[in-house]
Write a new protein. Structure first.
Length: 302
């Protein structure tokens, strides 16, 4: 706990992260952003030849798609919705009165059609389903988005608004599990290139409640999720900086993603936690980028 506080404090003192008064909501300095940009270019060099279709969605998604995704069944504790004032002039008067006397002014806010994106790939599946059947070669997509998760923490590696770079693969079981394995190998290689020691381990998502325990156990037993772990705030509990998820045909069935021959597509996604990777670099090589090992600087900036 002390370690966490002090790394966060040092990040604030150095200006790399900017305190907003909210745990897990930080501004970032130009230097911090430069590290993320450099690492994303490294991702491009590893993944560039695969011919993924790049798409960028904003950090909010269509609420109807979010509802259909089943996110509220699995992770209600993490979700964030966008609400707005939709009232009359009279309602406005009482809103301001409410704020004036320090009462809860948010009660009158109404849900909009937008929710905050929980993972970069969520807006993709309905988008691709709308196109019709996938070609024989399947689909490969390159995504990056700010994501929201309501998990306030003093651990700088657990933020509420953070960026996820993802590759998503759609195709046959063999096709998408090969894709996932390739990125596990690449992940290890990339982190080695920037001087980070990693381990890969089987993992599970934080499914809510008692029924969630079973889902989590099932996910583990079937090796559906792996994480690439790097010690950041704790050596005993290293942080997931990448995840490798195989959804079987669950998303294919849910969204109606079919292959050319009419069979349901299997899907897999590989996610990079960009802030976490930057934090791992600062933690291991120091807060002054100029002092980083030459090999690391070369891998990032050529
Ligand atoms: P954790 O196990 O640490 O809660 P996760 O398994 O929930 O992470 P995923 O849902 O697989 O993470 O998200 C993909 C990637 O996004 C993770 O590998 C991680 O690098 C990053 N990530 C997830 N949650 C956060 C967060 N709160 N702050 C910063 N990065 C995050
Ligand atoms: Zn994903
Ligand atoms: Mg996890």
């Amino acid at each position: 706990m002390d370690m966490q506080t002090s790394f966060l404090d040092r990040l604030f003192e150095s200006g790399l992260l900017i305190d907003t008064g909210i745990d897990g909501l930080y501004g970032r300095s130009g230097q911090f952003e430069d590290v993320i940009a450099a690492f994303e270019r490294l991702i491009d060099t590893f993944g560039g030849a695969d011919g993924a279709e790049a798409m960028r969605f904003p950090p909010g998604m269509n609420r109807a798609f979010f509802e259909k995704s089943g996110y509220m069944k699995s992770f209600p504790q993490l979700a964030g919705t966008v609400h707005s004032f939709c009232g009359s002039e009279l309602d406005h008067v009482s809103l301001l009165q409410c704020m004036e006397v320090g009462e809860d002014w948010t009660k009158g806010q109404e849900a909009t059609d937008i929710v905050l994106t929980p993972a970069a790939c969520y807006p993709l599946y309905p988008t691709i389903a709308k196109r019709g059947n996938l070609p024989k070669t399947g689909g490969l997509f390159d995504l990056q988005s700010y994501c929201f998760r309501h998990e306030p923490s003093k651990d700088p590696a657990r933020q509420q608004l953070f960026r996820m770079r993802e590759y998503v693969c759609m195709g046959t079981e063999l096709h998408v599990t090969d894709f996932r394995q390739r990125w596990m190998d690449r992940g290890v290689e990339m982190m080695k290139a920037v001087g980070l020691e990693v381990t890969i381990d089987v993992a599970n998502d934080p499914f809510f409640g008692r029924a969630g325990k079973m889902l989590a156990n099932n996910q583990r037993d079937q090796n559906l999720k792996f994480e690439l772990l790097i010690p950041i705030t704790s050596a005993a509990n290293p942080t997931a900086c990448m995840s490798f998820n195989y959804h079987q045909d669950a998303f294919g069935t849910k969204w109606g993603l079919n292959l050319e021959d009419g069979t349901v597509a299997h899907t897999a996604c590989v996610g990079f936690g960009l802030e976490r990777i930057a934090l791992a670099l600062f933690h291991h090589h120091g807060l002054d980028v100029k002092q980083w090992p030459a090999s690391v600087r070369k891998a990032l900036w050529g």
